[in-house]
Design a protein around this ligand. Structure first.
Ligand code: NAG
Ligand code: NAG
Ligand code: NAG
Length: 432
């Protein structure tokens, strides 16, 4: 009896214990499940189901315009949109891209003298034949096209922003006769527009830069069949960036080292964030704040940016890079670092960068040739994978809280910008 009772007590204790274990385990499983569901809905996986896996793109513009509130297009705009569907050139000479290639996107406006220098520098880049070069044009300019069509050293695809203000000569996004200018009062002057925080109305030539950058980002990540499956990095350069012969190999090294050497780095850079610096020359990798010369990131990075479309599109600053520094990166909730080598592999040579000289198209042409000396050490990859990482903390620059330089106050610009972020993400699924 006693034994029996004891067993029963033991039994009951065991059962209680078991139920505690079971309940705990169930709880843990539930938590893991909830956590995973949460991560999934928060992450790029949600997008990959939507876009990356099937890469469902349309070339039915009637439908695009119906679903999205895009401006009424003129003939040139429609033509450019169709031209964007053309396959890359040089497929005969370069039929295949290397498995680990880094796509290069060169974004340009209308400075042919500069573009010639950049293309010449790219022609000497080791490994360039392994990849695809996408040239994204803000506006349609024959002289620029000729230079790009003459490239022979890799696959090349041209794309043109169909909604560039330069493509519209008498309607939004270009200048329309009914628009307010400078400090016009919309009521007194009976004109259209919303002034920025400093009382100035939009200038189509100036807003075109930020529009182009955003259209290009959305298009190369989510809107082109050539890149919508690309899982590696994409490098972004501009028409006044001289590229060193070792840029491509260095970038491949940086991209490969990034997860191990700097898991918090969100990008890799060819050049220091201080555009005047050529690097420290140390035997060390450098992690520092994001720069705007030769930056590369992967789709994970793009998803983070794309989720901040509202921040990007509503910030009253016409500079895409200042918008990123002052509002998008700070909203990531932690320092945003980029990884680079100790010697630069790209140099910004333009006399008039993005932030000045927006006037006439010829106002900032430098007559002299660009004289950038490439030393022997910069002709081949010069990053040692065994190096450690030096982190530059608390660098100065635009920070969260800066309210912007203005130039981006018009509701129509802000909404067009948001449409660019939405237009490759169809709401209503249509049958293929
Ligand atoms: C494009 O989409 C519209 C609206 O959904 C449809 O009526 C039209 O037939 C489509 N055109 C083509 C070429 O698929
Ligand atoms: C606008 O462009 C069209 C065709 O590109 C041209 O026919 C027209 O004259 C231009 N209008 C102005 C005001 O420049
Ligand atoms: C992008 O790079 C980070 C590391 O820097 C890595 O964790 C992430 O998985 C990469 N994303 C893709 C889509 O490969």
């Amino acid at each position: 009896m006693a034994l029996n009772k004891k067993t029963r007590i033991k039994d009951a204790a065991f059962r209680r214990c078991l139920s505690v274990v079971v309940v705990t385990l169930l709880g843990v499983f539930l938590l893991i499940f909830l956590f995973q569901t949460n991560t999934v809905s928060d992450n790029e996986i949600q997008y990959s189901n939507e876009i990356d896996q099937d890469c469902e793109l349309t070339n039915n513009y009637t439908q695009l315009r119906r679903e999205f509130n895009l401006p009424k297009q003129n003939e040139l705009s429609i033509l450019l949109e169709k031209r964007n569907q053309l396959p890359p050139i040089n497929l005969d000479k370069f039929p295949k891209l290397a498995k680990d290639h880094v796509t290069i996107v060169l974004y340009v406006h209308n400075r042919p003298q500069y573009l010639r220098v950049v293309v010449e520098s790219l022609s000497r880049v080791v490994g360039i034949g392994e990849t695809l070069l996408i040239v994204s044009h803000d506006g349609y300019f024959e002289e620029m096209n000729k230079i790009v069509e003459g490239i022979k050293f890799c696959q090349v695809k041209q794309i043109f922003s169909p909604y560039s203000p330069h493509v519209f000569n008498n309607s939004f996004p270009g200048a329309s006769p009914t628009d307010c200018k400078e400090k016009d009062d919309p009521i007194k002057q009976r004109c259209k527009g919303n002034p920025d925080q400093y009382g100035n109305h939009r200038s189509p030539k100036i807003v075109s830069l930020k529009h182009h950058w955003w259209w290009m980002m959305n298009t190369v990540w989510d809107g082109l069949k050539e890149t919508c499956h690309h899982s590696g990095h994409i490098l972004f350069i501009e028409e006044d960036h001289f590229i060193f012969p070792n840029a491509y190999r260095n970038l491949q090294t940086l991209a490969a080292l990034k997860p191990e050497k700097c898991p918090n780095c969100y990008a890799a850079n060819l050049a220091p964030s201080d555009v005047k610096s050529r690097g420290e020359g140390w035997e060390s990798l450098i992690a520092e704040r994001m720069g705007n010369v030769g930056y590369a990131f992967n789709r994970t990075g793009w998803r983070k940016i794309h989720r901040k479309a509202r921040e990007f599109c509503f910030f009253d600053d016409y500079n895409w890079d200042i918008t990123m520094w002052a509002t998008v990166y700070p909203s990531f909730g932690g320092p945003v670092y980029t990884l680079r080598g100790p010697r630069t592999s790209a140099v910004h040579f333009g006399k008039c960068g993005l932030h000045q000289g927006q006037g006439g198209s010829n106002s900032c042409i430098d007559e002299g040739t660009v004289n950038i000396r490439v030393e022997e050490i910069d002709k081949a990859g010069n990053i040692d994978p065994k190096w450690g990482v030096h982190v530059f903390e608390h660098q100065t620059g635009y920070q969260a809280g800066f309210r912007g330089w203005g130039g981006w106050g018009d509701t129509r610009d802000r909404e067009l910008c948001l449409e660019f972020a939405n237009m490759y993400h169809f709401r209503g699924r249509t049958s293929p």
